[in-house]
Write a protein that binds this ligand. Structure first.
Ligand code: SF4
Length: 361
């Protein structure tokens, strides 16, 4: 039974300097056609019973006009009957009064707000369209309309960003009753504006300093790090993302979305013409046992508590990764106790290196 649905809305009002996601500039006609195709895909591929989490991401879902935004939520309404966590990504400058009202009308109970930094100089450098003041208004407005489960995205390692800049952003954010913070290290993607203009991020040493200082600050403020990039107040972990990390099955609909069903991964087309012609799935990969177990560990070890393995999985992992696991356990980077495989504190701080050791050869 699949209990999670991701919905991709690939439209943005403008393009951020670091972005290499699947998105295009907003176009009213294209959005209208896209919503028709999306509704078709949902009806063909998604069982509307038993969904527990829905996540509308992008792009910028709130880049849609108010009327289109309502149409999107109406299309999704039949899938929301059993949903416990219903999340939407919002950029502060696109949140109108009408959209705010629609959130509660259609049962959205969690918002992921794209903040990135509360420094207006840095917001300009990364080509975000909002200001710090708009973030503050958006948070106040969301709280006023009863959305209390607010997550914010914050980035570090931005060009010219100092440690003080990051600490000031986090210190300011935690003065609001925000429940969740996602903290991402900037990656310079080759095809992004930064990549094309050879703009450099902060150096590795400074990034490490930023990451570990942020962890200390957030933990002190009552945000528990439960995943490599995610921090939550008690009871406010992202249930939708936990499905990914625990390697459970999920549907993904919309341009370039991916789904996981058993050993199969499906990736939707990133071509609008194909998508609008209802040719959704572009790629289907069958993960054999070794690839499946690697992905399971790659996702699961990101969670601080690690993964609980079934007896069969544990036997398979111990058989396939015998030497690598023995080495990582000997070096006190991983532990395997009572069927739970997890990184130690030392291992967690160098998780990427551990995963490289486990890569299928
Ligand atoms: S809002 Fe998000 S998806 Fe759109 S350009 Fe910026 S980073 Fe990319």
């Amino acid at each position: 039974m699949i209990s999670s649905l991701y919905v991709h809305i690939p439209f943005c009002k403008s393009i951020c300097a670091y972005c290499d996601f699947c998105r295009v500039g907003y176009d009213q006609n294209l959005v209208d056609q896209y919503l028709v195709a999306l509704q078709q895909e949902l009806s063909q591929r998604v069982d509307h019973q038993n969904l527990k989490t829905i996540y509308i991401g992008g792009g910028t879902p709130t880049a849609l006009s108010d009327e289109q935004f309502q149409r999107l939520l109406m299309i999704l309404q039949p899938y929301t009957k059993d949903v416990k966590e219903y999340t939407i990504e919002i950029n502060p400058e696109t949140l109108t009064k009408t959209k705010l009202n629609l959130l509660s009308t259609y049962g959205i109970n969690r918002v992921s707000l794209g903040v990135q930094t509360l420094n207006d100089r840095l917001l300009k450098i990364i080509k975000r369209q909002h200001t710090t003041e708009q973030v503050i208004h958006a948070i106040d407005d969301l709280l006023a309309c009863g959305i209390d489960n607010i997550s914010v995205d914050v980035m570090f390692g931005l060009p010219t960003q100092s440690l003080t800049d990051l600490i000031e952003t986090l210190t300011s954010l935690i003065t609001w009753p925000i429940k969740h913070i996602s903290l991402y290290d900037l990656t310079i993607e080759e095809h992004s504006y930064f990549g094309r203009h050879h703009i450099k991020k902060a150096d590795d040493e400074l990034c490490d300093q930023m990451y570990f200082s942020a962890i200390a600050l957030l933990e002190k403020a009552g945000f528990r790090q439960y995943e490599i990039s995610n921090f939550a107040k008690s009871g406010y972990q992202s249930q939708h993302n936990i499905v990914y990390w625990q390697y459970q099955d999920f549907y993904g609909v919309g341009l370039n979305a991916s789904s996981k069903i058993g050993h199969y991964r499906y990736t939707n087309t990133s071509n609008f013409v194909e998508y609008l012609a209802n040719r959704y799935i572009n790629d289907q990969i069958y993960n054999d046992k070794r690839d499946y177990l690697f992905e399971r560990m790659m996702m699961g070890l990101r969670i601080k508590e690690g993964i609980v393995l079934s007896k069969i999985e544990e036997n398979d992992i111990l058989c396939i990764y015998k030497e690598e696991l023995a080495d990582l356990i000997n070096r006190k980077l991983l532990v395997l106790v009572d069927h739970r495989l997890k990184a130690t504190t030392k291992g967690y701080s160098i998780l990427n290196d551990i995963l490289v050791d486990l890569l299928p050869k």
